[in-house]
Design a protein around this ligand. Structure first.
Ligand SMILES: C[S@@+](CC[C@H](N)C(=O)[O-])C[C@H]1O[C@@H](n2cnc3c(N)ncnc32)[C@H](O)[C@@H]1O
Length: 348
């Protein structure tokens, strides 16, 4: 499948891709590559796990995942070339990624691989994207803590200076943290109040084991379902890398996404940030989803039958702030887009 790699460029209104896709993992230390290669890297990462794999069922699961992931790495147009059976297999695989049972099995496997082989596991969207997300977010936090809300904050700045340090005390929550490596990356950028949650206990065990191994035992990890969160605290920075994607792949994904926004609005402190990284939604789709949520919120607050508490204010909860413009873009079938979107929203 010919996908042409273009240099990173400003492409705010360009098509990213148009189908619901399983999010894409990459081995730790892997590099982001053009689409055909990336598909095989994604597939390799699963087959590497299969080499360690314990049971036939695991091997089959990984083979299925590799197939779904390889299709996920294409734009929708690629499905014109695949059979109806491939499509329905991939759809079935995609909806598995919306189920907790899928993640429990995946992390049980990853935990076993970590204990037996010291294997770190998957980095969803690859190490390069994780690095961009962390450094870009840090720049954004610096701008905000200097009371300057930016329009364009793409340049990775050198390490923080003393006057930038206000942002370092920001409380950070990573929802659906998986192996917790994004929090480790943020720790490298000197964030220190770090919490990761995931509904899969195996993910939390893995994240804690990796953080302990890497001398970052100060990162807190908790089992928590973001859709029914038990957290009462609010955070100044909430990160989501691939979690909304996974939630949207649930068979009841539309309803679950609505629940997601209700919940996340309670977790982000006023004046704080929500940073979402997605391979299933474009920047424009995420912005539209937030506008829909804001609209629902306003209608709810204007409804005289809605009980009002301190939390309920008539201002829309989120406003679009910025997005990463530096991801590599691809051209396919006359459309140009990038594989991943990272978008920041400010909590009013
Ligand atoms: C694609 S993985 C991304 C993991 C991690 N954020 C990363 O970037 O490596 C999606 C993660 O979301 C978690 N997840 C899915 N639905 C969730 C929910 N309702 N509450 C908490 N975690 C959830 C899964 O267990 C999984 O770890």
């Amino acid at each position: 499948m010919a996908a042409i790699r273009l240099a990173p460029e400003e492409s705010s209104d360009l098509v990213q891709h148009q189908q619901q896709q399983p999010p894409q993992p990459q081995q730790h230390g892997g590099r982001e590559v053009a689409s055909d290669d990336e598909r095989s890297v994604a597939a390799d990462s699963w087959s590497i796990k299969s080499e360690y794999g314990s049971t036939l069922d695991d091997d089959q699961r990984h083979a299925d995942a590799a197939e779904a992931l390889s299709s996920a790495a294409n734009f929708r147009a690629a499905s014109d070339y695949s059979s109806d059976k491939d499509d329905s297999d991939n759809e079935a695989m995609a909806s598995m990624l919306g189920l907790q049972s899928y993640w429990d099995a995946a992390y049980a496997d990853e935990l076993a691989n970590f204990r037996e082989h010291g294997h770190t596991g998957e980095i969803w969207f690859g190490a390069d994207v994780m690095d961009v997300v962390a450094s870009w977010t840090k720049s954004l936090c610096i701008e905000i803590s200097q009371d300057h809300i930016p329009n364009h904050v793409d340049e990775t700045k050198p390490g923080p200076t003393e006057q930038d340090d206000k942002y370092l005390s920001w409380s950070v929550l990573d929802i659906g943290t998986g192996n917790g490596l994004l929090l480790q990356e943020l720790a490298k950028y000197r964030f220190s109040d770090l919490t990761g949650t995931d509904y899969s206990e195996g993910a939390i065990d893995l994240a804690r084991s990796l953080a302990d191994r890497d001398g970052l035992s100060n990162i807190k990890f908790l089992v928590d379902d973001v859709l029914e969160t038990k957290l009462e605290r609010k955070f100044q920075l909430v990160m989501d890398k691939g979690t909304l994607d996974a939630i949207g792949l649930h068979p009841d994904g539309t309803v679950k996404r609505i629940m997601y926004w209700d919940s996340v609005a309670k977790l982000v402190a006023s004046g704080g940030l929500l940073v979402i990284t997605s391979c299933n939604s474009t920047k424009d789709e995420l912005v539209q989803e937030v506008e829909n949520f804001n609209q629902r919120w306003i209608e709810m607050t204007e409804d005289p039958n809605t009980p009002k508490d301190q939390e309920t204010c008539t201002e829309p909860p989120f406003q679009y702030l910025n997005h990463v413009r530096t991801y590599p873009t691809f051209m396919f079938g006359g459309s140009v887009g990038s594989r991943v979107a990272t978008v920041a929203f400010l909590r009013n």
